[in-house]
Ligand binder design. Structure first.
Ligand code: OXD
Ligand code: MN
Length: 600
């Protein structure tokens, strides 16, 4: 088929030749070329040869450092600008037609005003640079949930990371054809200046524009921008859900498989939970990872909720990861991985706080400055990351590539809470579960710029990621119940509760399997629970503690305890969000609050 538009004369050879005949893509790329004025255009095909050549160019330009290939085959190291190390919520905008459609929890600007501002910033921004046109799939090929995106970027780091994080290249051009729908994404680093940093979403145009950053969460546009912000918007219109959730499979010794999805805020252990290795006492039990960050879910023909992981890689927090906390993540990042903002040792290995073994006697910290164990600053940035292909994960669920997705039996909410929230409880029903998710709170982490440690309400862990009015988002959750004959059971967990001595009451990591087992058994209706004002709870004897030290067994009672005075304060704290959303809140949630207060 002839191309609908001929690319500019000087850009017709090699990778400058379009890899698609999709008329709208060609028109849009031409428009962005005129606007950004790159020296060259590279249409990505996702091939090995392309990867090799781009990686070499990135190394030559000092954007990547080749790591010790004996220790870390195929691995590279990247340092971001120190002003650009996390997602920035103040710079993130939902540009719906009215501010009300974006709602009080999102920053809003009118689409026309935002386009004008960003096009002015992008004018000539790629002079002297190459513009990459990156096609990608979010989801397994052929899934009814899968979406196509095209990201235009001037960052080779973005191209190489998108290749890990998504199904990038020819596969996406093929699925797009000449008539497919796709999400437009334009990214330019500009001069990596926080003053000129905007991550703008235009839901009605299915478009994202991100400028002034080169940090993953702001610039790998398939991830937070498409898979969550635009995804949640599209899900509401199209009758499905885009959630900030891991998906895991639990296989019992008899081969029975159960799948759960879990929403924890950023840097609260989703990757660890998704890759959990059961303790040795759970002989024959196996956890497999479908996804570690994002779930797209839709009702299946049997009335259950089916989930896919739209991603193809992990963009995980590195510090604290070791062979005890998450062996599967360690193996996942042992090859073909891009590390960002960890420390670099003299033999070109990587190091971070919490890695197994002793700290190196000397290394370069994440900013490239000399570091020794006596240094006051951390060697790795607390939000340093690894981008690794999911196929590296020894626990990868084969279903991660299944276009049908997996049936979800349980949804687990959780936050990082030192007090009040017990180890685990179960919602009375779906509506109560929506209330529990909507009122979730968590201590802030380094994944976003802000005050680390402060408790903030983070409904369904979606506060930074919901692409429309949060009140309507809750309404969408409530409405989904009507589309499900067998809705998942809903739970809340808190691995982070502390005792009076300030120490964690629960050992966490692989031992979370013990709580997960109770959850699975509840989903399958085969263990008891007792009714409390906050939901169904296990007695300590209902959690299998065999093999754990005496102190953990003793602490379990406290980890599971309810302090009604603390809960009354909790309800008042929850009001902070409810007041903000009041005019948009579904009545069901207000009733749930009243019911909780009367039970307390
Ligand atoms: C992430 C995040 O990167 O949630 O997954 O910040
Ligand atoms: Mn996340």
């Amino acid at each position: 088929m002839p191309l609908a538009m001929t690319p500019p004369a000087n850009l017709t050879s090699g990778p400058a030749t379009p890899k698609t005949a999709h008329p709208d893509v060609l028109k849009w790329v031409e428009e962005i070329t005129q606007l950004c004025q790159p020296d060259q255009i590279h249409w990505c095909d996702g091939s090995e040869a392309e990867k090799e050549s781009l990686t070499q160019q990135a190394v030559d330009a000092g954007i990547l450092i080749k790591l010790n290939q004996e220790k870390l085959p195929g691995c590279y190291y990247h340092r971001s600008n120190p002003n650009d190390v996390a997602r920035v919520e103040e710079c993130t905008f939902i540009c719906t037609r009215t501010p009300d459609a974006a709602g009080p929890t999102n920053h809003w600007m009118a689409p026309a005003a935002m386009y004008e501002k960003l096009y002015a910033l992008c004018k000539g921004a790629m002079k002297g640079r190459t513009m990459y046109v990156v096609p990608y799939l979010m989801g397994p090929p052929g899934s009814p949930l899968t979406k196509i995106g095209v990201e235009i970027t001037d960052s080779i780091y973005v191209v190489l990371s998108m290749r890990i994080m998504t199904r990038m290249g020819q596969i996406a051009w093929d699925q797009l054809g000449t008539e497919g729908k796709y999400t437009k994404g334009l990214h330019s680093m500009l001069d990596i200046n926080p003053e000129r940093r905007f991550i703008a979403h235009f839901p009605q145009d299915n478009t994202i524009i991100s400028v002034g950053s080169n940090y993953g969460g702001n610039v790998l546009l398939g991830k937070k921008c498409l898979a969550l912000r635009l995804g949640s918007y599209l899900g509401r219109i199209e009758g499905w859900m885009a959630e900030h959730m891991l998906i895991l499979g639990v296989e019992s010794p008899t081969g029975e498989k159960t799948y759960v999805a879990a929403a924890f805020p950023s840097a609260c252990g989703k990757t660890n939970f998704a890759m959990l290795i059961p303790p040795k006492e759970f002989d024959g039990w196996k956890i497999t990872t479908v996804g570690d960050d994002i779930a797209w879910m839709r009702p299946g023909p049997d009335g259950r909720l089916y989930a896919i992981n739209p991603e193809a890689g992990y963009f995980g927090v590195v510090p604290g990861t070791n062979f005890t906390s998450n062996p599967n993540a360690m193996i996942s990042m042992s090859k073909d991985t891009i590390y960002t903002n960890v420390a670099l040792t003299p033999d070109l290995d990587v190091w971070w706080e919490g890695k197994d073994g002793d700290p190196p006697a000397e290394c370069l910290d994440w900013k490239g400055n000399p570091w020794t164990p006596a240094s006051k600053e951390k060697a790795a940035h607390p939000n340093s990351r690894f981008a690794a292909p999911m196929i590296n994960n020894p626990a990868l669920a084969p279903e991660a590539n299944d276009p049908h997705g997996v049936p979800i039996s349980g949804i687990i909410f959780g936050g990082r809470r030192a007090t009040t929230l017990p180890l685990v409880f179960q919602a009375f029903n779906w509506i109560h579960g929506v209330y529990i998710g909507a009122t979730m709170g968590s201590e802030m982490t380094a994944a976003a710029a802000g005050t680390v440690g402060q408790v903030r309400r983070d409904p369904m862990a979606m506060l930074p990621f919901c692409g429309y009015n949060m009140g309507d988002y809750f309404r969408h959750w409530l409405r989904m119940r009507k589309l499900l004959k067998r809705p998942p059971k809903v739970f809340h967990v808190n691995w982070f509760r502390k005792g009076e001595d300030g120490k964690f009451l629960w050992p966490g990591y692989g031992e979370n399997m013990r709580v997960l087992k109770w959850i699975i058994d509840r989903c399958r209706g085969r263990v008891p629970a007792y009714e409390t004002p906050v939901g169904w709870m296990p007695e300590p004897v209902d959690i299998d503690m065999v093999g754990l030290p005496e102190k953990d067994v003793t602490n379990l009672g406290e980890a599971l305890s309810l302090n009604l005075e603390e809960w009354k304060r909790e309800v008042l704290l929850q009001d902070e969000l409810f007041f903000r959303l009041y005019s948009d809140l579904p009545k069901e949630l207000i009733f749930q609050r009243e019911l909780l207060i009367s039970r307390l």
